[in-house]
Design a binder for this molecule. Structure first.
Ligand code: FE2
Ligand code: FE2
Length: 151
């Protein structure tokens, strides 16, 4: 799968999972715990594959993409802070749903920027063969991180 399709594919899964989690209530503790654990593992490995492979390659190939790449890294950082807070918050805590909504908004904003400005740069910076090769490297990086994280 090429780099752009790979990222987009993950994003589609995140959107679905975030929607499901956002609809849960304090009564759905098990749904919250299981869904959040899955989201966390997937989001963290996705961010890592972007930061290890996609972002540096884009930045190197296209000077104009530098700002959006740096912004992307900061948005990952913000999302990770909320993920960490949610990790140590009981799923029936009254703040859980509010934190999840903020996480959802934050990740949705970030995905939109990647799919818009960042992908536009990537399409200009790389040939389709290069996007294929990048995608291969990214899938491997993601798998390594994913398997290193506890389910
Ligand atoms: Fe992404
Ligand atoms: Fe990202």
């Amino acid at each position: 799968m090429n780099a752009i399709d790979l990222v987009q594919d993950d994003h589609a899964r995140f959107r679905k999972l975030l929607d499901e989690l956002d609809k849960t209530t304090e009564k759905g503790i098990k749904t919250r715990e299981q869904g959040f654990a899955r989201l966390k593992r997937e989001v963290v490995s996705h961010e890592q594959m972007e930061e290890q492979i996609f972002y540096p390659a884009l930045r190197e190939a296209r000077q104009k993409a530098e700002d959006i790449v740096l912004e992307g890294i900061e948005e990952h950082h913000v999302a990770n802070l909320i993920v960490e807070e949610l990790s140590s918050l009981p799923a029936d805590d009254e703040a859980w749903g509010a934190k999840m909504s903020v996480l959802k908004e934050s990740i949705e904003h970030h995905m939109k920027e990647e799919e818009g400005e960042m992908f536009a740069h990537a399409r200009k910076a790389f040939t389709s063969a290069e996007l294929e090769e990048l995608g291969k490297q990214m899938a491997e990086a993601k798998k390594t991180v994913f398997e290193s994280l506890t389910p």
